[in-house]
Ligand binder design. Sequence first.
Ligand code: BGC
Length: 744
Amino acid sequence: MKLLKFIAYGLGVLVLAVGSFLYFTVYDYTMYPLKADKSKFPNVHTEADVEQLAEELVAQMTLDEKIEQLYGEPLSNAAKLGINLLYLDRFPHIYAGRNERLNIPPFVLSDGPRGARVSKERRGMTNFPVAMSRGASWDVDLESRINEVIAIEMRANGVNYAATPCINLLRHPGWGRAQETYGEDPWLLGEFGVAATLAIQKHNVMACPKHFALNSIENSRFVIDVQLDERTLREVYLPHFKKVVQEGNAASLMTAYNKVQGEYSSENRHLLTEILRDEWGFEGFLTSDWFFAVYDGIASVKAGLNVEMPFGQAYDNKIMKQAISDGQIQESDIESLVLGTLKTRLKYAFAEDPMEYNQSLIANPESVALSREAAEKGMVLLKNEGVLPFSHSGNKTIAVIGALADVENTGDHGSSNSASPYVVTPYAGINNYHFKLGNEVTLDNASDLVASKSLAEKVDEVILIVGYTYVDEGEFLVSTGAATESAKQGKLVGPKSDGGDRLNLKLRPEDEAMIQALAGSNKNLVVVYVGGSGIDMSAWDKNVPAILFAWYSGMEGGNALASVLYGDVNPSGKLPFSIARKESDYPYFTPYAEEITYGYYHGYTLFDKKNIEVAYPFGFGLSYTQYNYSELNVLTPELAEDGTVKVQVTVSNTGDMAGEEVVQLYAGFANSSVDRPVKLLRDFTRVALQAGESTVVTLDVAAKDLAWYNPEAKQWQVEKMPYEVYVGASSDKNQLLLGSFTIE
Ligand code: BGC
């Protein structure tokens, strides 16, 4: 009896202990301030003082304290992350680098390509269209405004480190995480990356552009070895990273999971130190991608990786101490990594904030309106044979058809997921719109082709919603073991996770069948595509009169869709990637491989070079009005290597609706003595024009941005020769005016 009582008592104590542990460390965990307590550091006033303080703090640290700066939280805290993510449906704060004894505040990461993520409260935040939609807006000012909101919401949630923007290049449309980036072109990626980085950092949130580098395949990301030559690396896959470092002053970068030339990115000294720090002058700190990016901690210390995230696995205290005592690394190696991190993050911790941050700012009406503006500006009209815009009239019937027509579908459910207070589905947006007009909108979830067809034949307008969800594309979460085995066998081994790369570029068979069934059923038919990247439309695009790319368009997507379809908003988005006629026209791509070679050409540079006609060119998108380009005038026909080419062009809105046009400038290299692309995007701008209005647009490009990387000389070189300059509405040569200039 006594024994039983004793056991019961013991169990009670255990349950209580585990319960309070879980309650206080997992559920109601402590939140720590992110700013420096200036009263503890009365002599720190300037950035130079902060740098000196960082040195003093490192000098005061014990070896254990230094090692603790090398990772997020100890691995023993893993339950906080796991339970919150899996069971509480929230992403908790991981407090990296906090040192109470020395009064060093921590940094806390939140993902955020389409909205802030980490939050202890479980309320929705402003949910924006995915980055690919914003890339399609070609509106860098819009991207700045969006990222300011994301940063403000992060600060309101106690976060100061943003795992965004994602600026990996879209080499092939099948890439599962295409939606998180801005397109296929390094220039576009760089301009958007810089806008996002500067906007985030305005609010003293450190931006962490990712994933450095070459992370453009999802299913094999943990294992794949990307092979490429130095010139391809420098000219195609790194320019946008260089730009966020040099023009965006990025506080940090996140390393990638994949290998580059045989070494994991996190262990790659050529990338992390020789290029990034020694050549580009990066002064910030590097964190690893999460869990599976650092294998050999010693190699990563030597390569220059500052922090392993989210926990100390390879950067574990025991491993690091052993490596020092074995002489594999020096304590000073660790010191210099810690110093690099501290110098940067203390600057942010001491900086004055431009405003106060609180929960009332989250998803406020202005931010929600911005999400809608972004959705409207990102939509790309690919085909329109006199169908759109639909009229505003009352007394008509509308069918919204498709399995995704009334689904809250904002994109991937992996790291870029973000809770939203609500989501306006396509059907809800169209229905809201017609409610005012008194029109009848029928929702048809496409379960029966024959019924959908007979509905389509009866109504005045048919809006068919097709595309994907997080199940079809997105982050692919499998174990490293399964990823390794799948890569080895060249096919999936084990259960399929949601998301991942697309194995082919066609829509789901049900969608294709529905498009074919409805084609010809109604002259007022528009196919609206929801997804994150390019698709193969060759089986059906000729058969339908109108196609609109709406992307994963965020919390206000349905309302934005209605505004575009009914002409309250004139579409102005342009494709941030090329769509080939056949899948085999793209560079070789496979989701499951141990190794892949990335060639120098992809996207429009490949199609230009090989003279392959595309279905829809990079930079292409229609409007409800027409624009005419004339009088291309090169103001600087001759310039020196340090000069800037300036051109002017007249753009006229010759239709009868106001609109916005994205004007693009490409430089051409026909006279080069080396193998170079036919042309490369080097400037773009958006202009707003009333019906009948004309304007003169000035565009420019610095001669240094026309350089090629000479791998033998290990130098960027500007060729002295005549160049072409193309200006117009898309990368299609038939839509471009041609001029020339010479660099002497
Ligand atoms: C993703 C990163 C993300 C990190 C933290 C990783 O799986 O690749 O993009 O920032 O998780 O959520």
